[in-house]
Design a protein around this ligand. Structure first.
Ligand code: SF4
Ligand code: SF4
Length: 170
């Protein structure tokens, strides 16, 4: 073991690196002041799920469970029920009376979105998903279903500051 090779050289290497970093302080700042500033998001960013509606207001989901079958993390639960003439939720024969996603297990792969035959389940740009209790990560149908058609296409705004997340166009 050489003192020069094993001790002096690594120390000098570390000091050189630190000096180089210090010389660059203040230049090329890559951090942003979140949540007052929001990082740009790509057009096809995939974060929080939504269950979408048709323009008529009817739910797109027909309770077929293809999304649950495609999910590699097994975190989607769907329970279907029949529409009736007096109680209709979707244009099809059936609708999802219960739809849940365990967001702790989700890996945001988007396979559920790809598998859905009606475009019902989509992943959009809301990435502020932190919460306090485990049970708050079980997203129910009521939490997932958009309130009106196209709601989730609006630009994402921070829940904390209301600042809009810009879309990356470069
Ligand atoms: S994004 Fe992937 S892991 Fe998450 S619910 Fe959809 S299929 Fe499952
Ligand atoms: S979200 Fe799509 S794939 Fe999943 S149950 Fe509803 S219609 Fe079927």
């Amino acid at each position: 073991m050489g003192l020069l090779k094993d001790v002096v050289k690594p120390i000098l290497g570390g000091m050189t690196l630190t000096a180089r970093r210090a010389a660059n302080l203040g230049k090329n700042i890559v951090t942003i002041q979140y949540p007052d500033e929001m990082r740009e998001q790509y057009q096809r960013s995939r974060w929080r799920h939504y269950l979408t509606r048709y323009d008529s207001g009817l739910e797109r989901c027909i309770g077929c469970s293809l999304c649950a079958g495609a999910c590699p993390a097994r975190c989607i639960y769907v329970e279907a029920a029949e529409n009736t003439d007096t109680e209709r939720y979707s244009p099809g024969e059936r609708y999802a009376v219960r739809y849940e996603i365990n967001m702790i297990r989700c890996i945001f792969c988007g396979y559920c979105q790809d598998a859905c035959p009606t475009g019902a389940i989509v992943l959009r740009k809301d990435f502020e998903l932190a919460n306090y209790k485990r049970e708050q990560f079980i997203y129910t149908k009521e939490m997932l279903l958009e309130k009106y058609p196209g709601q989730n296409l609006e630009p994402y705004r921070s829940k904390v500051t209301g600042v809009e997340a810009p879309i990356y166009t470069g």
